[in-house]
Design a binder for this molecule. Sequence first.
Ligand code: MLC
Ligand code: AMP
Length: 499
Amino acid sequence: MANPLYDTLFGRHAGQSTPFLQLLDGTCLTHDSFLAMASQIAHVFADNGLSPGDRVAVQVDKSPECLAIYAACAQAGLVFLPLNTAYTASEVQYFFADSGAALIICASRSQPLIQAMADELDAAVLTLDADGSGSLMDHARRRPTTLAPVKRSPSDLAALLYTSGTTGRSKGAMLSQENLLSNAQVLAAEWQFTNQDILLHALPIFHTHGLFVAANVTLIAGGSMVFMPKFDLDTMISWMPRATCLMGVPTFYTRLLQDARFNRDLTAHMRLFISGSAPLLAETHIQFEERTGHRILERYGMTETNMNTSNPYSGERRAGTVGFPLPGVELKITNPDTGAALPQGEIGQIEVRGTNVFQGYWQMPDKTAAELRADGFFITGDLGQIDSDGYLHIVGRNKDLIISGGYNIYPKEIELLLDDQPDVLESAVIGVPHADFGESVIGILVPKPGKTPDISAIKLSVSAALAGFKQPRKLIIVDELPRNAMGKVQKNILRDRFS
Ligand code: MLC
Ligand code: AMP
């Protein structure tokens, strides 16, 4: 195949006027019109002097055009770098600089700020708004609707997805064509996706879940998606009768369960509900089955690895577990100190190996070596246990991470910012249980001797620097942080105290 990712996900639909994206205004974008749009965008990339391997950073609202940028990148051999729309200017500046992006596509509202950053980095800027307007599509609409895909090999990079780290500095996970493709093929087969499927797509498309799991699986199967700008309960409920499947983070499911309209009748025709990105409480799983008669299928993945495990489509979907390793994925539980494999039933760190596992962190050989072993096993940082039937239970994390509504938040990044605030000596950031988001963020501050930090001023400063979902919902002042004999802050004690 000349370009495995493009040919398998997109090229196969050439000339097919089958439905692909059903939009909320009642219109539908067919596969061939989507491909035409992607080709036009790929022409714009060439017009801007981009060549294979260049990075295209994209921070725009969800739209069909945004998804077509991903297709165009695959077609032109470029590396797609999607960014959360909640990131602030200072957050995205790091990603642009670190990746050496050749082109930045942003919303027109952020262009003035981003243009200045791009000028310093010698990157081009194009704009795209949620309604498809902006300079990208102005150019694209004047370009041809076909383009031969650039030749690529399975090991060529397809995407760079930034994931924060425990040291506070984000790392770009390099995903090859084969990483994405092999996982999409396995998932489509495991979950029995076909061209009859209509997926309710309410996830953002700047993360693995909404982009590679939801969109790639639908594309491989030739199905269609109800493409919603974001999760909205009423919209979800009103479109459900026309769909067959839903993929969501646990917050989607807890919100649906809070609505009496979400019942057995509404869901009787549905084929599949899939959950991932954060732990689904066994309680939610059980409540869901009681209400609808469906068992949610929970799976487990990461930015660096795509999907690793899944509950079975046909067998028992066991609450509180993430199922079995997917075909082609090797998984072991190891001793976090020695890396030695542990016997079945013991708790240890989860390590995975397979064609799904990424190529390393962009220009960070040391960080890559610390997490990706020479034998190909990736140390996930999650703690797990395999039960006697082979189901994987995620029992905790060996990394300091908060997951709120499916978004990962690394406390270190927030602590570094809080530590720098006037009159703050030190800080600790923890996650506490939250009914809607699973976990929410709390910041604990120790003042400098004799000082009282100004909480309102700190909140203001934090809000200018950090995306909304990362901002502590509460800032609490304490005299000192609990520490163990090694001087390490005991976050478990803080969590017990402030939960
Ligand atoms: C929004 N807000 C959040 C938040 N989402 N706060 C904490 N955690 C979140 N997840 C805040 C906003 O900053 C804002 O704050 C307020 O909530 C309203 O914003 P909103 O956009 O209207 O929120 P809402 O629509 O309710 O969004 C919640 C959500 C959304 C759960 C629908 O966060 C979401 O779609 N999450 C999915 C994330 C995801 O795709 N994860 C996959 C990662 S891939 P204020 O203060 O301004 O009012 C991965 C691998 C794998 O993990 O295995 O899949
Ligand atoms: P991310 O880095 O955003 O890709 O998030 C990956 C992390 O999400 C994993 O390391 C897990 O900690 C968590 N995660 C993903 N799926 C699940 C799941 N089904 N249950 C529990 N945690 C999950």
